[in-house]
Design a protein around this ligand. Structure first.
Ligand SMILES: [Zn+2]
Length: 309
């Protein structure tokens, strides 16, 4: 399986347009040893075509233009992108779908709850189904395994299993709608298995780490994991107020109950942090936090990385 990391930052990107935190300010000034990053976006393919997007970031159009493998081949209208898998209704995971509305057929794999939010409550997404045979919506169910298909319905060599990570829907979803939805479908993690049998775990948002999750991750070969915040009170320290990392649905990287510590015993997969917020001190490659992450065997994803499984 080929994996392209097209974007590696959390919502807002790095630097974030309205942010003057130490990281963003120093990156703009050219005094920080760090890479700028677009919002997290990953693409996978078993054999080079077709490709599947894992979520659809607000930076998707630019990310496709930076990745030659995702650009049109032959024909006036063409794309090697056959499908998009969506893990939650967060704007950072769905906004890019609106950049794919140019009448190109592809599949969207998501839960029934997510489909109701997008198609019943947010009419702009109707542009994905303006003509017959445009976007084909495919329901996914936590706990079930399904093959990723190309636009014609042929198997791509990749199969996917999704599992529930939380029951909280984004704030923009009305309480009336939330009351009708299945809580299990609010936030998914996914494991993708290629034709070689190698397994990729994709979890850009993890609100809590259970023993069951640790066992599951030990069955994978590559882990792309929530690296949003270094510490639980990171945003409060930067802004003077706000929510904790855990309140926002992200286990912090550091601390006795952080992901570095809790995943220390997970030995099989290569471990890479994605979805890194611009305030996270581990973005500074000359800092102690970055050294600590690298010493623990993790890497911090950068835009443009290409991985093979
Ligand atoms: Zn910032």
């Amino acid at each position: 399986m080929r994996i392209e990391i097209l974007g590696s930052a959390a919502g807002g990107g790095f630097p974030q347009w309205n942010c003057n935190c130490r990281n963003c300010r120093s990156l703009r000034a050219g005094t920080l040893r760090a890479k700028s990053r677009s919002q997290t976006q990953v693409a996978v393919s078993d054999s080079g075509r077709p490709w599947f997007l894992l979520n659809a970031s607000p930076d998707l159009r630019m990310q496709i233009e930076r990745a030659p493998v995702l650009q049109p081949g032959d024909g006036v209208r063409d794309s090697p992108i056959s499908g998009v898998l969506i893990t939650s209704a967060d704007i950072d995971q769905i906004a890019g779908l609106l950049s794919l509305r140019e009448l190109q057929p592809f599949r969207i794999y998501c839960t029934q709850s997510l489909q109701r939010i997008l198609r019943k409550d947010n009419s702009a997404f109707g542009m994905l189904n303006r003509v017959p045979r445009q976007v084909c919506w495919t329901n996914v169910v936590p706990g079930e395994r399904f093959p990723l298909l190309d636009v014609e319905g042929r198997e791509s060599g990749i199969s996917c299993e999704v599992f529930s990570l939380a029951d909280r829907y984004p704030l923009y979803v009305s309480p009336e709608r939330v009351a009708e939805l299945n809580g299990e479908e609010a936030l998914l993690g996914m494991i993708l298995t290629g034709s070689s049998g190698m397994r990729l775990a994709y979890l850009p948002a993890v609100p809590k780490i259970s023993d069951e999750l640790l066992c599951l991750l030990e069955t994978t070969d590559l882990l792309l994991f929530d690296g949003t915040f270094w510490s639980d009170d990171e945003l409060i320290r930067v802004q003077g107020s706000g929510a904790t990392a855990r309140e926002m649905g992200h286990v912090p990287v550091s601390g006795p109950d952080g992901s570095l510590q809790l995943l220390a015993g997970v030995r099989r997969p290569r471990k890479i942090f994605v979805h890194v917020n611009n305030t996270n001190p581990m973005l500074d490659e000359s800092g102690p936090e970055y050294r600590q992450v690298r010493a623990a065997g993790w890497k911090v994803a950068e835009d443009g990385w290409q991985l093979n499984l």
